[in-house]
Design a protein around this ligand. Structure first.
Ligand SMILES: [Zn+2]
Length: 379
């Protein structure tokens, strides 16, 4: 008969110091667990189990919302929805990465660092996704097309880059300077959050009367900010386990509550952004710069793209409707282009914009840019 032996659980002094968590005395997994043991441990009550599930289950909830929304929003052709598309991808990515990080972080000391580097990176990308979606749909009316609106997303991207580096670096200070490590990591998460939410702070605190984007999204943003503040408080305070070490090892410690508050806050944020997206569509389409809905999306795709940045062509293509193309005007491409050599080749997508071709290249894993006819050749 097949029996599955669940991994052994250890107390804090039985594992290396790098694995210790403030106020957690028991429930530690083996510091050199195999990948299978890590997966099995997610079905066994230890001090990471709830951390894993409180982000794994919400990943599926957000994926389900994403799928449902893809029926009502035209993510492929409607450039207005692209910032929201980028945001939704990152909303699904961050809990999934976190759940994986918590699952596999006990494979070794190195694995622990790598897992949490990825976790911090995904959180920073989510923060950038918030800035992209706020820049597109949540800006106060009076700021639209103003200086802050123009530099909001580029600054958020810079913040993401700096704060990811800072939070990753803080891991190396964990043993020698735990206080400095805590300050750096908290700053690395709090600062981008405060920056990204500047448009919401303005709308909630100073935006009344005419020339104001006051609508039914505001209560949702308010709840989002409350839960985000709670998330930050739990992360920094390590309450309640700091008050009663050992009492909350398995259920109820601050990191689990932190995960739950983050997910609930994201849910309110998602619903509010959706409200803004629908209710302000006509006004934003008329007043916001066209590139608001396209260049930010490309900014996010760029680190993953395989081709050099070509801003003029990109902005030309994305800032206006792409005219219909006669497929007959395509000349026969090199052998690489043939559908037999590659069944998913770009010639089948004569209407593909630059972004779409970038994504296709990513999927194909090839550098197709030199094989793609220039705009003038196509038209
Ligand atoms: Zn976590």
């Amino acid at each position: 008969m097949l029996t599955i032996k669940l991994p052994q659980i250890f107390r804090v002094h039985q594992v290396p110091r790098i694995f210790w968590e403030d106020g957690i005395i028991s429930g530690y997994r083996h510091p050199k667990s195999s990948a299978l043991d890590c997966v099995l441990s997610s079905f066994q009550l230890n001090n990471e189990t709830i951390n894993i599930w409180t982000h794994f289950l919400p990943t599926w909830y957000f994926l389900w919302r994403f799928l449902m929304l893809s029926y009502s929003l035209d993510f492929w052709r409607d450039t207005y929805s692209w910032p929201f598309l980028a945001y939704m991808v990152l909303v699904c990515l961050y809990p999934f990465t976190s759940s994986c990080a918590h699952t596999f972080s006990t494979m070794s000391t190195h694995a622990r660092h790598i897992c949490y580097f990825l976790d911090y990176g995904a959180l920073s990308l989510y923060s950038l996704g918030c800035a992209i979606t706020y820049g597109a749909y949540a800006m106060p009316d009076v700021w639209v097309d103003g200086p802050l609106h123009h530099c909001f997303v580029p600054l958020a991207a810079l913040n993401s880059f700096i704060c990811t580096s800072l939070s990753c670096y803080s891991r190396f200070l964990e043993l020698e300077c735990p206080s400095l490590c805590k300050i750096l990591r908290t700053t690395a998460f709090a600062y981008p959050f405060l920056f990204d939410n500047i448009p919401l702070f303005y709308r909630l605190l100073f935006c009344f009367g005419e020339d104001c984007a006051w609508n039914d999204s505001i209560p949702g943003y308010f709840y989002h900010l409350i839960f985000a503040a709670l998330t930050g408080f739990l992360f920094a305070s390590h309450l309640p386990e700091r008050l009663a070490p050992g009492r909350f090892d398995y259920i109820g410690h601050s990191h689990q509550l932190f995960h739950i508050c983050a997910v609930v806050g994201t849910h309110f944020q998602l619903e509010s952004v959706l409200w803004d997206l629908h209710s302000r569509r006509a006004w934003l389409s008329a007043h916001a710069p066209a590139a608001t809905f396209t260049q930010d999306f490309y900014l996010l795709c760029y680190p993953f793209s395989l081709t050099p940045f070509k801003p003029p062509t990109l902005h030309q293509n994305l800032g206006q409707q792409i005219p219909p193309i006669n497929p007959a005007s395509y000349k026969e491409g090199p052998p690489f282009y043939s559908s037999t050599a590659n069944p998913f080749f770009l010639r089948d997508f004569p209407h593909a914009s630059c972004i779409q071709s970038q994504i296709l290249q990513l999927w194909l894993g090839h550098r197709l840019d030199e094989k793609i006819p220039s705009d003038s050749t196509i038209l």
